[in-house]
Ligand binder design. Structure first.
Ligand SMILES: CC(C)(COP(=O)(O)OP(=O)(O)OC[C@H]1O[C@@H](n2cnc3c(N)ncnc32)[C@H](O)[C@@H]1OP(=O)(O)O)[C@@H](O)C(=O)NCCC(=O)NCCS
Length: 151
């Protein structure tokens, strides 16, 4: 998936699975996304706190298999995990990094309330050209204002 990483696109050795396992285990919370009707595995989303006590900044990650894209599932899963991070984990902001060519992801993030906070120019070489890498974030009061009004 071109949008997920700025790493070189190369075949991964089997031990890469161990790296991913460690990543999952070190995440604060890592959800499996499944199709409600069948339980089929669709993808994953996670929140990681690099510094939980002082800054309470949760780092969001999400990816799903392409056959599930464009049907609203990404918006549903992202909204769920951000809401969970604010209401149940007590973060005060959620952060993420996204590549400028990842238009669907940027659309989802903006739609649910993330704002662009910074832009690393030429953050990624992909498909023969440079793309910027964007930092985005949403604060707890922005989220509460938008989603918790009626609670
Ligand atoms: C990012 C991801 C989770 C989004 O999930 P999704 O289920 O496709 O998202 P949704 O269907 O809920 O919403 C996608 C939105 O992007 C829009 N979109 C899709 N392609 C677009 C494009 N090229 N330009 C602009 N908007 C686009 C859709 O119209 C939709 O918006 P709408 O609901 O207002 O119509 C999914 O594409 C994915 O797993 N990608 C690979 C991994 C990845 O890139 N992760 C993010 C790393 S930061």
């Amino acid at each position: 998936m071109r949008g997920v990483s700025t790493d070189p696109i190369i075949p991964r050795p089997t031990k890469y699975k161990e790296f991913l396992k460690t990543l999952a285990e070190n995440s604060t919370i890592w959800f499996t996304i499944v199709l409600k009707e069948t339980g089929e595995f669709m993808g994953q989303c996670s929140i990681k706190w690099t510094e939980p006590v002082k800054n309470r900044d949760g780092l969001l990650g999400i990816s799903m298999f392409p056959k599930f894209w464009g049907k609203g599932y990404g918006t549903e899963a992202t909204t769920f995990i951000v809401d969970h991070a604010f209401r149940a984990l007590g973060v005060q902001r959620v952060s993420l990094t996204v590549l400028e060519g990842n238009e669907a992801a940027i659309e989802v993030y903006k739609k649910i309330g993330f704002k662009e906070e910074g832009r690393k120019r030429r953050g990624n070489w992909i498909d023969g050209h440079w793309e910027d890498s964007l930092s985005m974030g949403v604060l707890d009061e922005e989220w509460a204002e938008r989603y918790w009004k009626e609670r």
